[in-house]
Design a protein around this ligand. Structure first.
Ligand code: NDP
Length: 254
């Protein structure tokens, strides 16, 4: 289907992992996609090339997140690159996907690590959203990628879970504020998903343990998450707003 035809999307961390799958899916359905990245220029270029090879349209946007003025840097790069495509300014779909993990229990977290995980996972999307509001067209979409870890206890990643929990809290407030403009705001929460964020997934024992958290007894694939995001971004999902949408494969069902 071409349900995102004529729309402009920005996917933060769209170069790799879950963000790459989201970028590819939105582009395959017609959106012009800004593929944001922070460090890995080649990965962003590859994702743009994959989209173009599939007949879609995309461009890369560089901005390191978690540093002062990150949102301003990101939007300046976005505006410039979008103008370079010849498109009118504007935005229809914002996906706050970029994030980092912090695999430490409470006793092992340093103040620097705590600040870093909040700077990238919480502060950056907050100010990205703030500056998205003037660009988003009526009927637009804001989707933030959270985690199963905000609703199920994982002591091994507690500060990461807290950073995503604060992001969750942004969703209903924004949804209420933006309802009059026909903009929906939702959170999509993956469970354990096969990406480079978790290097221990190459260990068969750990894979087995994390797979068993899902009732389907497998890890999530990035495409599993991208399909949900594409739906939430679509016109068909217009009556769903302010929600935390589980895309975990049944983690936490007991
Ligand atoms: P990956 O590590 O595979 O990809 C992360 C993406 O975010 C990359 O595009 C990366 O680009 C970008 N990014 C990371 N840090 C920064 C930064 N400081 N500045 C700018 N860009 C940055 O992660 P996943 O795809 O696994 O995760 C995507 C989202 O899903 C995250 O928010 C994560 O917390 C969440 N999630 C993931 C789960 C999983 O099991 N994989 C489970 C639940 C939630 P670059 O390297 O170029 O900076």
């Amino acid at each position: 289907s071409r349900r995102h035809q004529g729309r402009i999307a920005l996917v933060t961390g769209g170069s790799r992992g879950i963000g790459r799958a989201i970028s590819r899916r939105l582009a395959a359905e017609g959106a012009l996609v800004a593929v944001h990245y922070g460090h890995d220029h080649e990965a962003a270029g590859r994702t743009v090339e994959e989209i173009e090879a599939d007949g879609g349209r995309a461009f890369a946007v560089h901005a390191e997140l978690g540093v002062p003025q990150d949102a301003a840097t990101l939007w300046a790069a976005f505006d410039q690159a979008l103008a370079g495509t010849g498109s009118e300014p504007g935005l229809d779909i914002l996906v706050n996907n970029a994030g980092i993990t912090l695999p430490r229990p409470v006793a092992a977290v340093t103040e620097e690590e705590y600040d870093r995980v909040f700077a990238v996972n919480t502060r950056a999307p907050f100010f990205i959203v703030q500056r998205a509001l003037e660009r988003l067209r009526d009927g637009g979409r804001i989707i933030s990628i959270s985690s199963a870890a905000t609703r199920t206890a994982y002591p091994a990643i507690v500060a990461y879970s807290m950073s995503k929990g604060a992001l969750d809290t942004l969703t209903p407030a924004l949804a209420k504020q933006l309802g009059p403009r026909g903009i929906t705001v939702n959170t999509v929460a993956p469970g354990f998903t096969e990406t480079e964020i978790n290097p221990t997934l190459s260990n068969p024992e750990i894979r087995k343990a994390l797979s068993s958290a899902s009732v389907f007894d497998r890890l999530g694939a990035p495409a599993d998450i991208a399909d949900v995001v594409s739906f939430v971004a679509s016109e068909e999902a217009r009556w769903v707003t302010g929600q935390w949408i589980d895309a975990t494969g049944g983690v936490g069902l007991g």
